[in-house]
Ligand binder design. Structure first.
Ligand code: DGL
Length: 257
């Protein structure tokens, strides 16, 4: 059974995990959240690089036989994908803002990117925009509140409507765009609620499905059938004890920089 490890700062990566599970129900999944440093969107590039290196060290040390690592975090991917790849032979799939499909499908050639503060301003994202959205006007928005609202929604199954409305008022998304890239994996978790407060002419785009296709392609080289089929439970890991009381199945792990 192939083993896919999904990593994020918090529960955002579950929006990618669900696409992976429906595309490859036969794989085994581990989900690691670095909630000790949540939100990643306010961390420096150096810190995020060192956390990813520490994660790879932990994978090696615990001898987990991981076939693919999915960095299900736009912030970590745009800041540290290249560094992470230098530290392991395991294939790494990063999740980065879906600028390319948004730009190519936009009829108005006017799109938006909603991401964390780090992703919204880093060089990787700037390069994505200049490579793939050269013919578009791109509005860039950032939010940390939405990360926190998505966390709350996931853990407590409660949408903080007033908080969401206030934050969307602050962000003030231009109603003229026709595509909005959800450039943070936390945002699809509250995607349908975001949509309610935006013009219905704006299509929300995230990278989840494309990532699942990419991982499936990589795993096709290691023949799922031969390695047995079985729907195992997801193994959950977190770096901080908060919220652990919400689930008896989360294991605490220490990432040592
Ligand atoms: N879910 C992450 C992302 O895609 C990071 C959210 C955060 O911790 O700030 O960017």
């Amino acid at each position: 059974m192939p083993h896919v490890l999904v990593f994020d700062s918090g529960i955002g990566g579950t929006s990618v995990l669900s696409h992976l599970q429906s595309t490859m129900p036969q794989a085994q999944y581990s989900y690691v959240m670095d909630n000790e440093l949540l939100p990643y969107g306010l961390q420096s590039q150096e810190i995020i690089k060192s956390r990813l290196v520490a994660l790879l060290h932990w994978i090696k040390q615990t001898e987990k036989s991981v076939d693919v690592i999915v960095i299900a975090c736009n912030t970590a991917s745009t800041y540290a994908l290249a560094t992470a790849r230098q530290h392991t032979d395991i294939p790494i799939v990063g999740v980065v803002p879906a600028i390319k499909p948004a730009a190519s499908s936009s009829e108005k050639k006017h799109i938006g990117l909603l991401a964390t503060p780090a992703t919204s301003k880093n060089t990787y994202t700037a390069n994505l925009i200049s490579s793939f959205a050269n013919d578009c006007q791109v509005e860039i928005y950032h939010s940390t509140q939405l990360v926190s609202i998505a966390e709350h929604y996931y853990w407590y199954e409660e949408l903080q409507i007033e908080r969401l409305k206030t934050e969307l008022e602050r962000i003030n998304i231009c109603p003229e765009i026709d595509r909005l890239v959800l450039g943070c994996t936390h945002f699809p978790i509250i995607g349908e609620h975001l949509q309610q407060y935006l013009s219905q002419k704006i299509t929300l785009i995230d990278s989840g499905e494309a990532i699942a296709r990419r991982v499936k392609h990589i795993l096709s080289t290691c023949s799922l059938e031969e390695r047995g089929i079985g729907l195992g439970p997801v193994h959950w890991y977190a770096t901080a004890p908060d919220k652990l009381e919400k689930s008896v199945n989360i294991n605490l792990l220490k990432l040592v920089n």
